[in-house]
Design a protein around this ligand. Sequence first.
Ligand SMILES: CSCCC(=O)C(=O)COP(=O)(O)O
Ligand code: ZN
Length: 203
Amino acid sequence: MITLRGRWEELADIKDELARRDWFMGTSGNLAIKVNDNPTEFLVTASGKDKNKRTKEDFLHVNINGEPIEETILKPSAETLLHCAIYSKTSAGCSLHVHTVANNVISELYGNQGKINFQGLELIKAFDLWEEDAILSIPIIPNHAHIPRLAEEFQTYLDGDKGAVLIRNHGITVWGRDGFEAKKLLEACEFLFQYQLTLRQIK
Ligand SMILES: CSCCC(=O)C(=O)COP(=O)(O)O
Ligand SMILES: [Zn+2]
């Protein structure tokens, strides 16, 4: 059985790795990892922190409503409700949200279509799409400032234990069965976004 401490270290390691990629510019981004079922509880990043630094105050232990389980002066991420939606509606074990230039530009270029599709690219296999003509479709939702409204629209795309949703001119949220899978999907998405932007530049 992996302890709360073990999950903490796992999420901290993922955070460090994403930080090395410079995916937490300007304190953006938030991460969560499930630590218990029945009742569902998870660790989520504290709001407004410099996520490039590793400290003892990086995460809070919260319940399925995103409320701290232990007394703390820290505030859970402003976007905790999106992580709550993931753990309420799926069996995912980890969820990651980052802002990158590539995911923001893609979300703006394809935002009016409400999605971006990828076909014929090897890396869509990260999403278990193995057929030659398979299409990976990533939804793009509006960046509602009211987080409950954002979470309400976001949760309509939670139809599996792994997936990704772009929030227009904001960032991407991915979820997977565990930390390894969530990070793999995030990296695959960012690869695909960079590929698409590069292709559009040279065409
Ligand atoms: C400074 S970025 C604006 C807030 C945001 O979108 C984000 O991802 C970080 O917010 P948090 O409360 O999780 O630090
Ligand atoms: Zn954000």
